[in-house]
Design a binder for this molecule. Structure first.
Ligand code: AMP
Ligand code: MN
Ligand code: MN
Length: 327
C-alpha cells in the first residue's frame, strides 16, 4: 500500500535488523540513498546494512558512503527483519540482492520514478522529488542531526540525479536542500571532481569511438550512438566507464531524444534514453520493460544482439517522439 513518510518512518523505527537495498548498475543516487539511509538509521540507534548487487563504479569510491555498501554475497550469512528498497522502480532492478529476502516482497520502498507501481508492503514514491536522496534527507531531518558526513553522502544523489543542478527537476526547493547540505559542510566540488573530472584516457578513446557511431533520425531530433563489447575490450574499458556518454549525445544541437546503447557483455545491452524538453522517454522505456523519468529512462535486454536492440528501441523512440510532437 502507499504510505505517508510518517508511516514509513514509524515502520523503520520498528526494525531490529534493517537491510537497505539499491538498484544494480548503481548510479550516484542509488549509492547516496542506500548509504544515507543506513547512516541515518545507525545514528538513530538501529542496526542497518546497505547492499547493492553490482560493483560500485570506482570513481564513487573516494566519496563517503561507498564503504557502507556490501554485495549480496557478503551479507548472505546475516538475517534481517526489515527490508527497504530505494531508488528502484521495480523489484527486478535490485538484481541478485533479492536472494537476501527470498520469495518475499520488501517491507518498505522509497523512490521517485514515475513508473513505480509500489511493489513493497509500504511504499512511498514522489515523482516530484529530484532524487531519492531528497526523500532520505526528509527522513534524516525527522530523526537525527545532519552532520558533515551525512550531508556529503546525501548531496551525491541530489547532484548526480539533477545532472549537477541543471535538469528541469531543479527548482528552488532542490537548491535550498543543497544549500543546507553545503552549510552542514558538504562539498559539491568534491563530488564534481570525482564524477565529472575523473575520466581515464581509455574512457576518452571509448567516447571518441561512440561519437563515430552517432546516427540521426527525424531531421536530427532523435540521435543515438552505441558502445559495442568490442569497443569496450579494445579500449580496455568496462560499461562503468560509459557514465555520462548519453549526456554527450543529448548535448548535440537540435536533439530532443538521445539514446545510448551499451553492450556490456555477450547478449546484454543496456539502453539509456534522455529527452530535452517534451518527449516522455519513461513511456518508451516502460513499454520495453524498463522505466524511469520523463527526461531520463532506461531498459535492459538479455540474450539479444546489439543490432536487434538498436532497431527495436530506435523504432519505439521515433514513435514516441512523433506522438509527443503532436501533443
Ligand atoms: P540510466 O540511463 O541507466 O542512467 O537510467 C536512467 C533512468 O532510468 C534512471 O532513473 C534509472 O533508474 C531508470 N532505469 C534505467 N534502467 C532501467 C531498467 N532496466 N528498468 C527500470 N528503470 C531503469
Ligand atoms: Mn538511480
Ligand atoms: Mn534516482
Amino acid at each position: 500500500m502507499w504510505a505517508t513518510l510518517e508511516q514509513i518512518i514509524d515502520r523503520l523505527k520498528q526494525g531490529r535488523a534493517i537491510l537497505v537495498i539499491g538498484h544494480a548498475q548503481p548510479d550516484g543516487d542509488a549509492i547516496s540513498s542506500v548509504a544515507g539511509l543506513v547512516t541515518v538509521l545507525r545514528r538513530y540507534g538501529l542496526s542497518a546494512s546497505g547492499c547493492i548487487a553490482d560493483d560500485i563504479p570506482w570513481y564513487y569510491k573516494s566519496l563517503p558512503g561507498a564503504d557502507l555498501i556490501a554485495s549480496p554475497r557478503e551479507l548472505r550469512a546475516h538475517s534481517f527483519d526489515t527490508t527497504v528498497v530505494v531508488d528502484s522502480s521495480d523489484i527486478d532492478r535490485i538484481g541478485e540482492a533479492d536472494v537476501l529476502f527470498e520469495g518475499d516482497v520488501p517491507d518498505v520502498t522509497l523512490d521517485h520514478h514515475r513508473t513505480n507501481r509500489g511493489f513493497g508492503r509500504l511504499n512511498y514514491c514522489d515523482p516530484d522529488s529530484a532524487a531519492t536522496a531528497m526523500i532520505v534527507l526528509d527522513i534524516a531531518r525527522a530523526l537525527v542531526p545532519v552532520d558533515r558526513e551525512l550531508a556529503q553522502i546525501l548531496l551525491l544523489g541530489i547532484a548526480t540525479d539533477t545532472g549537477f543542478f541543471k535538469y528541469p527537476s531543479v527548482g528552488a526547493h532542490v537548491l535550498e536542500a543543497a544549500a543546507q547540505l553545503v552549510q552542514h559542510g558538504a562539498s559539491i566540488q568534491r563530488i564534481a571532481s570525482a564524477v565529472l573530472e575523473n575520466r581515464s584516457l581509455n574512457t576518452l578513446r571509448l567516447l571518441a569511438r561512440m561519437f563515430d557511431t552517432i546516427t540521426l533520425r527525424e531531421e536530427g531530433k532523435v540521435a543515438f550512438g552505441w558502445v559495442s563489447k568490442e569497443a569496450l575490450q579494445e579500449t580496455g574499458c568496462t560499461d562503468q566507464d560509459t557514465e555520462g556518454f548519453v549526456g554527450e549525445i543529448r548535448a548535440l544541437h537540435g536533439v530532443e531524444v538521445a539514446i545510448l546503447f551499451v553492450e556490456s557483455s555477450e547478449g546484454e545491452v543496456h539502453v539509456s534514453l534522455r529527452s530535452k524538453s517534451f518527449v516522455d522517454v519513461s513511456e518508451v522505456a516502460a513499454a520495453l520493460g524498463g522505466g524511469g523519468h520523463a527526461r531520463a529512462a532506461g531498459c535492459s535486454f538479455k540474450k539479444a544482439s546489439l543490432d536487434a536492440v538498436v532497431d527495436k528501441v530506435v523504432t519505439a523512440a521515433v514513435q514516441g517522439f512523433r506522438k509527443d510532437a503532436r501533443r
